[in-house]
Design a protein. Structure first.
Length: 449
């Protein structure tokens, strides 16, 4: 059905909804499986004690920052590929792919070296105490070194998804979760490596998945395979310039948003190891709720990107609005389920009553923000597909730094961890509303006329 977009055919409402759902479901399953992977990781680490959990939770937001910077580089190239595919220009799509492999590898190597440089100091910068600093620094170092695998797996998966192939990346991501559980069990328990074993298990799972993802992209993809299609891998100025135009605002957004998450960790750290553990575990539980939104956002990026490449402006707007509506509906249901089952979910992750009690309380605060969080997630996927990344990045940064962190620093003094999550829920609601406003006013697509 994606071929209908590239050929300029008119789609009915049911056909458009079917496309959104068919592309979203594999991605949602992959997103949920990834969350389950982290969920199981935390359950494994959680049973090592609250200090082990706190050591991982302390550096968690910094690892998110690294993942966001890797993702920004990937999207700078994959959005170009989606546009070329929409225009039926597959040779140009392959040209961008070749250059992306070189550029993203170099970028990931630089990020890994940065992790090596700061890993010993990072736990103390984040407000961690000496009793958890060693495990936290080792965990961060190993995750950082595995970042090259994460970067290439993400790049290959993003390219496949932008070509309309959601099934292979989703299946491989689900496989990665299974491998992560197996490897973690071996390293954490059988080899008695504790927190270090959790990082090694995750890194090995990412390596295997990256190799398979690259195989399906470079050797098997009908639209993008490079086997049998020789060409230069030398990066060109025009491709890098376009990638920078798309990816730089996203990279800056991830940098400053990730920095804001780090600041949030610094706000939580003085509240004690129980609060650190409850905060990181609750974030993991909440991700079960918002991962479907990211799955729908990926589908929206693909559909909007190919519609723009095909020059179908009205179809672009239609896909955007339907995707956002679907995301809000799905995450509203997920928010209700999270509110109801918060005690059971937290109990799986930790046997410590104090951690479970705090986690349940903050999850039930966050549940109210899920509909507007969905709006922010899927709208951003729409904007990325349209290569409109600068203004949304600025909106996100203003929302995070001026609303969430300001409120969190103020409310944490009197309400502790609960105050931090009240600030988070308020900010996510605000961000969703301003993103919906931009979507409805149409500034993101007017340049496409």
């Amino acid at each position: 059905m994606l071929a209908n977009i590239r050929e300029g055919r008119t789609l009915t409402t049911s056909e458009k909804l079917s496309l959104i759902v068919s592309l979203s479901i594999p991605s949602i399953l992959a997103q949920i499986s990834a969350t389950v992977m982290f969920f199981i990781d935390y359950a494994m680490v959680g049973h090592l004690g609250e200090k082990a959990t706190a050591s991982v939770g302390l550096v968690e937001t910094t690892t998110w920052l690294l993942g966001g910077l890797a993702s920004a580089a990937n999207m700078g190239f994959s959005v170009q590929v989606a546009h070329f595919i929409g225009a039926n220009d597959f040779e140009s799509a392959r040209r961008v792919l070749r250059q992306s492999l070189v550029c993203c590898f170099i970028w990931s190597f630089m990020l890994s070296m940065a992790c090596v440089a700061v890993h010993l100091h990072l736990p103390f910068w984040l407000g961690g105490t000496a009793d958890i600093a060693h495990d936290a620094s080792v965990y961060f170092l190993l995750i950082g070194l595995a970042g090259i695998f994460f970067q290439m797996e993400g790049l290959a998966g993003s390219m496949l998804k932008c070509s309309g192939n959601m099934r292979i990346p989703s299946a491989l991501n689900i496989m990665m979760c299974v491998l992560d559980v197996v490897f973690n069990y071996i390293f954490i328990y059988q080899l008695d490596m504790g927190v270090k074993g959790a990082a090694m298990g995750t890194g090995l799972a990412e390596l295997v998945t990256a190799l398979l993802m690259l195989y399906f992209l470079l050797c098997r993809s009908k639209m993008l395979r490079l086997v049998g299609h020789p060409g230069s891998f030398l990066p060109k100025a025009d491709t890098i310039k376009t990638a920078f135009k798309i990816g730089a605002p996203m990279g800056l957004q991830h940098l400053l948003m990730g920095s804001a998450q780090v600041v949030s960790t610094i706000i939580v750290a003085p509240l004690g190891t129980v609060a650190i553990a409850a905060n990181s575990m609750a974030i993991t539980v909440e991700s079960l709720c918002y991962m479907p939104g990211y799955g729908i956002a990926e589908a929206a990026t693909t559909l909007v990107g190919q519609s723009i490449g095909a020059g179908q402006r009205l179809l672009t707007r239609s896909f955007a609005r339907m995707s956002v509506g679907l995301g809000i509906g799905v995450m509203t249901v997920m928010g209700i389920l999270m509110w109801v089952f918060a005690p059971e979910l937290m109990s799986i992750l930790s046997p410590v009553d104090a951690i479970v009690q705090q986690g349940v309380e903050i999850l039930r605060i966050e549940a109210w923000a899920e509909p507007m969080f969905a709006a922010a997630i899927v709208c951003n996927g729409v904007f990325v597909g349209a290569a409109d990344t600068l203004i949304p990045a600025i909106m996100s940064l203003v929302s995070m730094w001026c609303v969430r962190l300001t409120l969190a620093a103020w409310l944490a003094r009197d309400y502790g961890l609960r105050g931090v999550w009240i600030a988070m829920a308020t900010e996510l609601t605000f961000r969703g509303l301003i993103f919906l406003t931009r979507l409805s006013k149409g500034g993101w697509y007017k340049k496409l006329v």
